[in-house]
Ligand binder design. Structure first.
Ligand SMILES: Nc1ncnc2c1ncn2[C@@H]1O[C@H](COP(=O)(O)OP(=O)(O)OP(=O)(O)O)[C@@H](O)[C@H]1O
Ligand SMILES: [Mg+2]
Length: 372
């Protein structure tokens, strides 16, 4: 049995890549009707320059608190937040108090996109996008030029004079994104930007975020409770539970981590053993291994019959990845050598016990529950 190694699960990042967002020992305790609520309980987050980083977790896990602490809309109780080399927690204001000049300046390099768009209904689309530029004191002509350029970038060049009430949800979110880009941010924060949208519009907004990430080199930190969002655009991901990050890493690292809950949820495979005395293993294929006929080699080499109980194939972070649940005759002790054969060929092999198979399904259900 491959017990997950906590150090492995919490592993943050490869050493390469400049962290553009770093939080260290971040805690947030709210005072609510005389009670204390710990929303963040020691969060160390490292988001590298140019990546799309997803934080996923159930309702109440602390995701919004985390993202609001990253731009100091909430002031953390303890810990530090550094964005693009600036320690925001050292600057005055934030968390409901008026931000000092330095914090305002640092914030203009952090764009924020909201679930419910937060557009001003009395202003035209163009005037909504110009708002942050007005606050920055940019001249009228320059504001107008910039707003029209951004509208073009998000595919709404013909909607400058429309009002938010005349737009669809997807169009409103495009305006929200254009507004977030007005200050030429280095990073874009997104709090459930697609949760209020239908699946097709969700796909188009995610594609837009991906395009902006590539075209502008924009670093994106997004929070979501939908695994599909992580699957379609994230390079890295973290799982949050009760104010803590329990797993994090690049998607490839997570897929290669034995016992990773995120990996299991990205690739849920199911299937129960067909009888007693069987060994069930989940085999994850990525990179070169995906194209090798390993299962038939295994069967021939050891002269064993292999049953496929379940399988899933998908593209994650632009790479083809697959997972297969297979069954070998005999107990695990009898299959140490065949399992070693698979591992030697670079495959990720997780031995599944019956109770674990149920556990993975339960975890996936929990996330879904949280989404409701
Ligand atoms: N302003 C506040 N005052 C008191 N408690 C708060 C406040 N904001 C959040 N909390 C509490 O902090 C915890 C984390 O909340 P948070 O909004 O960060 O979770 P979340 O992961 O974003 O959830 P969801 O998926 O539902 O948006 C919850 O227990 C919540 O009730
Ligand atoms: Mg939230």
């Amino acid at each position: 049995m491959n017990a997950p190694c906590p150090a492995q699960l919490r592993r943050a990042l490869d050493s390469d890549g400049n962290p553009v967002i770093t939080t260290s020992g971040l805690t947030k305790v709210y005072q609510s009707r005389g009670r204390e609520v710990t929303a963040l309980d020691g969060v160390d987050l490292h988001v590298r320059e140019g990546e799309v980083y997803g934080v996923i977790g159930q309702s109440g896990a602390g995701k919004s608190s985390l993202i609001r602490c990253v731009n100091l809309l909430e002031r953390p109780t303890t810990g530090t937040v550094t964005v693009d080399g600036v320690d925001l927690t050292a600057l005055a204001g934030g968390g409901g108090r008026r931000a000092g000049k330095e914090l305002r300046q640092a914030r203009s390099r952090i764009g924020m996109v909201f679930q419910h768009f937060n557009l001003l209904s009395s202003r035209t689309v163009q005037a909504n996008i110009e708002l942050p530029l007005e606050i920055l004191g940019v001249s009228g002509r320059e504001r107008s030029r910039k707003a029209l350029e951004l509208l073009d970038l998000v595919g709404l060049a013909d909607k400058a004079k429309a009002y938010p009430g005349q737009l669809s949800g997807g169009q409103k979110q495009r305006v929200g994104i254009a507004r977030a880009l007005a200050g030429d941010p280095k990073v874009l924060l997104s709090d459930e930007a697609t949760s209020a949208l239908d699946p097709e519009t969700t796909r188009s907004i995610l594609q837009l975020l991906r395009d902006l990430n590539r075209q502008l080199g924009l670093t994106v930190l997004l929070i979501t409770h939908e695994m599909d969002v992580v699957k379609s655009i994230c390079d890295s991901a973290a799982l949050m539970k009760k104010g803590r990050i329990t797993e994090s890493g690049t998607v490839s690292e997570l897929l290669a981590t034995p016992g990773s809950e995120l990996a299991a949820e990205l690739f849920p495979v199911s299937g129960d053993p067909t009888g007693e005395d069987r060994t069930v293993v989940d085999v994850t294929f990525h990179g070169e291994a995906a194209t090798q006929p390993v299962i038939s080699q295994l069967s021939r080499t050891y002269n064993i019959d292999i049953s496929i109980l379940g399988a899933a194939m998908d593209t994650v972070a632009g790479r083809q990845v697959g997972r297969m649940r297979i069954e070998l005759p005999g107990r695990y002790e009898d299959n140490v050598v065949p399992v070693g054969f698979l591992r030697e060929r670079g495959l990720q092999v997780d031995v599944v016990e019956a109770a674990d198979a149920a556990g993975v399904v339960a975890a996936a259900e929990l996330i879904k529950e949280g989404a409701k």
